[in-house]
Design a protein around this ligand. Structure first.
Ligand code: DAH
Length: 342
C-alpha cells in the first residue's frame, strides 16, 4: 500500500495537461469516485490493523495533494487559453493588405475633366447615336454625295443605299441638336467614333471625340479662340500654348486645326510630333452658313463656332503616353497608374 501511494504521489507531481481532455483524464484517474485513490480508500480495510492508521494518514495526504494539483492544472489550462486568445487579436504591426480597388479608366478621367471645364463656362452635355444615317454623318454637314471629302474619313458601313454607318465623328450630334432645337446652342458632345484605319501608335479604328458647338447672335472666331485657349490652360496648366492652323472641313468656314505644344526634345517627342513639337488634337471653325441653313437656322441672324477633339490625343498629352494602343489593351499595370488621379 505504501509503495502504491508513493508511486501515485510521484505520478501526480509529474502530471501536466495541454487541453480539456487531458484534464478530464486526470480527474477520472485521481478525483472521481472510481479513481485510483477511491479504490485505495475502499481497500484500507484489508490493511493490517496496526498499519491502518498510518496508511489512512498517507492516503488522506495523497487525496489532498491530488485535489490541490487538480486546481493547479485548471489554473494552468486557463492561463494557456488566455495567452492563445491574445494571438487572435489582430497584429497591428503587420503590413496592411493591399487595396485592390479598381480605378477609373484614364480616358474616362479625361472625358470627365473636359466636361467639367466646359460645364463651368455654360456648356451642356449632349449625347447622340453611334449608328448614324448618311444625312447626319455627312450630307447635312455639307459633304455632298460622292464628294471626295467623304474620303477624309474611312467609313464602316452597316447598310448601303441608303447608307447606315458607324459615325466617323461626333459632328453628327451637332446636326441632331440644331435640327431638333432652337438657338442659342452651347453644348459639348463626347462619344465614341469609328474609322476603318490600321491600328498603330497614333491611330485606332475606335476612338473618342468631344464635339463642341456654340451658336448664338454675334459669335465670332475670337470667341472660338478664347474658348479653346481657356480650355487648354485649364486642362494642361496656365503655361500651355495653342496653335490654330488654317485647314479645311466641309462644315466650317473658315476652318482650322488645333495644336497643343507637346515638346521636341527626346527622340520619342520628335517621332510623336513629326519633329514639330506640336500635337494636333482636333479641328474647329465657324459653322458654315450652309450647315446652319440646312438645319433650319437663319445664318443672317445667327453665327456659331464648332470644334471636335480627340480624347485619346488629349490624354496622351496630359499623361505623356506615347502609344494609343495602351488605352484599349487593358493591361492592369498601365491602368493601375491612374488610380491616384481618380
Ligand atoms: N469632325 C472632324 C473630324 O473628325 C473634327 C471637327 C473639325 C469637328 C471641325 C468640328 C469642326 O466640329 O468644326 O475630323
Amino acid at each position: 500500500m505504501e509503495d502504491k501511494i508513493k508511486a501515485l504521489q510521484e505520478e501526480i507531481n509529474q502530471y501536466t495537461v495541454q487541453n480539456e481532455e487531458e484534464l478530464e483524464a486526470y480527474r477520472m484517474r485521481f478525483i472521481s469516485r472510481k479513481s485510483v485513490i477511491g479504490d485505495l480508500l475502499a481497500s484500507i480495510k484489508d490493511v493490517a490493523p496496526e498499519k491502518r492508521k498510518e496508511a489512512g494518514i498517507m492516503l488522506n495526504q495523497l487525496k489532498n495533494a491530488s485535489q490541490a494539483k487538480f486546481k493547479e492544472l485548471i489554473g494552468e489550462l486557463e492561463a494557456q487559453k488566455a495567452s492563445k486568445q491574445q494571438y487572435d487579436v489582430p497584429d497591428l504591426t503587420l503590413p496592411p493588405i493591399p487595396d485592390e480597388l479598381g480605378s477609373i479608366h484614364p480616358l474616362t478621367q479625361v472625358r470627365n475633366r473636359i466636361v467639367e471645364i466646359f460645364e463651368r463656362i455654360g456648356f451642356q452635355v449632349v449625347d447622340g447615336p453611334e449608328i448614324e444615317d448618311d444625312h447626319h454623318n455627312f450630307t447635312a454637314l455639307n459633304f455632298p454625295p460622292d464628294h471626295p471629302a467623304r474620303e477624309m474619313q474611312d467609313t464602316f458601313f452597316i447598310e448601303k443605299n441608303p447608307d447606315i454607318v458607324l459615325r466617323t465623328h461626333t459632328s453628327s450630334v451637332q446636326v441632331r441638336m440644331m435640327e431638333e432645337g432652337e438657338p442659342p446652342f452651347r453644348a459639348i458632345m463626347p462619344g465614341r467614333v469609328f474609322r476603318n484605319e490600321a491600328i498603330s501608335a497614333r491611330a485606332h479604328c475606335v476612338f473618342h471625340q468631344v464635339e463642341g458647338l456654340y451658336v448664338d447672335k454675334n459669335v465670332s472666331f475670337a470667341d472660338l479662340k478664347q474658348t479653346l485657349l481657356h480650355f487648354a490652360k485649364e486642362l494642361f496648366g496656365p503655361e500651355t500654348g495653342i496653335r490654330l492652323r488654317p485647314s479645311y472641313f466641309p462644315f466650317t468656314e473658315p476652318s482650322a486645326e488645333l495644336d497643343i505644344w507637346w515638346g521636341n526634345e527626346s527622340e520619342a517627342d520628335k517621332r510623336i510630333t513629326k519633329g514639330t513639337g506640336w500635337l494636333e488634337i482636333g479641328g474647329c471653325g465657324m459653322v458654315d452658313p450652309y450647315v446652319l441653313e440646312s438645319c433650319g437656322i437663319d445664318p443672317e441672324e445667327y453665327t456659331g463656332f464648332a470644334f471636335g477633339m480627340g480624347i485619346e490625343r488629349i490624354a496622351m498629352i496630359k499623361y505623356q503616353i506615347k502609344d494609343l494602343r495602351l488605352f484599349t489593351e487593358n493591361d492592369i499595370r498601365f491602368l493601375k497608374q491612374f488610380s491616384a488621379f481618380n
